[in-house]
Design a protein around this ligand. Structure first.
Ligand SMILES: [Zn+2]
Length: 311
């Protein structure tokens, strides 16, 4: 294996993968955490083959996503996994999160698009449009990778009051999946955090975008499970606003949890993930469904309740 040297000569391929696993019967909760994705193939000058079963992580990401540019920092080993003893499986990982980024179209109309484009194009390829358009904000509608669940729409909501109640936290962790500083024009970051209490667990997967002077966007997925029940509640919300329309002090623009309540809701989905008994002993990647959320416009406050600011 050819070592890739970056960050002051540290061999990132040799850095250990940090991991922890906890059993909260009947759930196994595990995270792994390690270095960022390399900036080039770590195996060969020509890159790993498309069908190379032993391809390096860089090539797996490149071949799968085909994005003209990857975020500044991608954490391929930052993975949170929950497995139920009867087969239900939930995972949060960067590759699946980036799969929902629009490739081939840009979904943000910017007041400062031209200025931004220039700042982005230290190589002139953007101006010459040699690079196919893609969503350089890396906006993702990822809600997690799940298997062995039946998904139903629901009117049941996460009990926010219950979550706010002081309860002992048995386990807490947060992981960044990817991050990009938009060439110093703001930030796009996708992260996931989990906390496990004696009665339940709660997960927040958050994509946060701030384009300085232009707009903010927050796509949140919340999962809540009360131990003993056979389902998980999953709420997805998307909020965004132009900076000029946000009635909040700009100091809050760097605090996603603080600013969220000032951003109007644009989309939401409420689902019940009902656990199914496992059909097979082992779960392979092929069986995992990486769900893509369909666009339900949030047209009514009655449909999209705005009370879930638990973080
Ligand atoms: Zn490779």
């Amino acid at each position: 294996m050819t070592a890739v040297k970056v960050h002051g000569g540290i061999d990132i391929l040799r850095l250990p993968v940090n991991q922890e696993e906890h059993v909260f019967h009947p759930w196994h909760i595990k995270y792994t955490q390690s270095h960022i994705l390399h900036s080039k193939c770590s195996k060969s000058e020509n890159g790993c083959g498309n069908k190379d079963s032993d391809a390096c992580q860089f090539c797996i990401f490149s071949h799968t996503l085909e994005l003209p540019h990857m975020p500044d920092m991608v954490f391929p080993n930052n993975i949170l996994t929950l497995k139920h003893q009867d087969g239900a499986f939930i995972q949060f990982n960067a590759l699946d999160a980036l799969k929902t980024v629009s490739n081939g179209k840009i979904n943000v109309q910017l007041a400062c698009a031209e200025a931004w484009k220039e700042s982005r194009s230290e190589s002139s390829e953007y101006l010459e449009e040699k690079v196919k358009p893609f969503d350089w904000t890396f906006t993702t509608t990822y809600t997690g990778t799940i298997s062995n669940f039946e998904i139903q729409e629901t009117n049941e909501r996460i009990d926010v009051d219950k979550l706010k109640r002081r309860e002992k936290i048995l386990f807490y962790h947060d992981l960044t999946l990817f991050e990009d500083e938009l060439h110093d024009n703001g930030i796009a970051v996708c992260s996931v955090k989990i906390r496990v209490m004696p009665s339940s667990f709660f997960i927040l997967l958050r994509y946060f975008l701030r384009i300085d002077g232009v707009m903010l966007r927050i796509n949140d997925t919340r999962l809540y499970h009360e131990f003993g029940q056979d389902y998980i509640l999953r709420e997805y919300t998307s909020r965004e606003a132009k900076v000029g329309e946000i009635r909040a002090p700009p100091s809050l623009f760097v605090e996603p949890s603080e600013i969220a309540s000032y951003l109007p809701l644009t989309r939401c989905h409420y689902h019940k993930l009902i656990m199914m008994l496992n059909k097979t002993e082992s779960i392979t990647n092929d069986e995992l469904t990486n769900e893509i959320v369909t666009d339900n416009e949030a047209t009514s406050a009655n449909i999209c309740e705005t009370n879930s600011f638990v973080t």
